[in-house]
Write a protein that binds this ligand. Structure first.
Ligand code: C5P
Length: 312
């Protein structure tokens, strides 16, 4: 997951994720929801370069200096309407670095360059993955020697999805808020078509809407999709995709509803919205199918699109 560059910098790959199964079990007294979800990492990733502050710098030696460069394929097509990606404490990367300093007493700072490819407010876990990569990378850069379990505990303080990205497992069954992780074997891979409608969705708003329309949600057992992933039965995985947050998200976003209606007409083995949206994905038969559908979708201007695969 990390690579030393020159003794002064660490390069991190922060993968996106998909939820192949997401069941909301109920609302908790702390305002969160208990989940049962299957998450898989994607080849699509952000890149972070974490560097020691140069000794000649006159800045505060514990300064966290974040710069963000938004990259293709998702950001290039939206030029002029780029979502604002904050570089201050609103960004989970800065919060992760500050938490690591606070918990360990470390007084070192860092320059962090974030090359952003994963769209925001998409349900692809980009911000969470960046935060996890920051914890793992700074643990190396600052020589803190925290264990994976200690990093996962810190990650859970920052956000529900972040512990999943600390480890290098491709896939996991996640419970609780999403922070209780059981790695699972995956013996198949797919060309994945990603389609992100123009408008993102706020996670709290989607969960709130789920509460309002809860009565109509279907119950799906997780066992069959875990078996299909373990046995490498791609077609069965495609048929078993389910996300209890998709219907509430479609209530909130007419653009998403329009997109899922169109995806339904494509001859895809399976498609779904990921997480709390608004990005949708299709599991395709072949790269030929994925690239041909992505051209078709791009032409409709209903979504920004890309093709990826599961994390190698
Ligand atoms: O943990 P995270 O910061 O990613 O959660 C963002 C918001 O999403 C929470 O404040 C909550 O409104 C909602 N959420 C939830 N149940 C979860 C995860 C997130 O209600 N399991």
């Amino acid at each position: 997951m990390f690579q030393w560059l020159d003794g002064q910098s660490v390069l991190m790959r922060a993968p996106a994720k998909l939820n192949l199964h997401l069941q909301v079990l109920g609302r908790r007294t702390d305002g969160f929801h208990d989940l049962e979800t299957v998450m898989v990492k994607l080849a699509l990733h952000d890149t972070l370069r974490l560097s020691k502050l140069s000794s000649s710098s006159s800045e505060d030696p514990s300064h966290i200096n974040l710069s963000v460069l938004a990259c293709a394929p998702f950001f290039q097509q939206a030029a002029g309407s780029l979502p604002l990606i904050p570089t201050d404490e609103r960004n989970l990367v800065v919060r992760a670095a500050r938490l690591l300093q606070f918990e360990t007493g470390c007084t070192a700072g860092a320059d962090i360059e974030l090359y952003k490819r994963i769209p925001v407010e998409a349900g692809l876990g980009g911000g969470s993955s960046d935060a996890a990569a920051t914890l793992v990378g700074l643990n190396q850069l600052w020589g803190l020697s925290l264990s994976v379990t200690e990093l996962e505990t810190l990650a859970a303080k920052l956000g529900s999805d972040i512990p999943f990205f600390i480890n290098t497992h491709t896939a996991a069954l996640c419970r609780g808020r999403g922070e209780l992780i059981t790695p699972i074997p995956v013996r198949c891979n797919f060309p994945v078509l990603l389609a992100q409608p123009e408008n993102g969705l706020s996670t709290p708003a989607v969960f709130k809407k789920w509460g309002e329309i809860n009565a109509v949600s279907d119950q799906h057992s997780v066992g069959p999709i875990l078996d299909a992933l373990r046995l490498g039965k791609s077609a069965t995985v495609s048929h078993l995709l389910s996300n209890a947050l998709q219907s509430p998200a479609e209530h909130l976003s007419p653009q998403l509803l329009q997109l899922t209606s169109l995806l339904r007409k494509f001859n895809l083995p399976g498609f779904l919205m990921t997480g709390s949206g608004s990005c949708c994905f299709g599991l395709c038969h072949s790269f030929r199918q994925a690239t041909s559908l992505s051209s078709h979708l791009r032409a409709t201007r209903m979504a920004r699109v890309s093709v990826s695969t599961l994390h190698p």
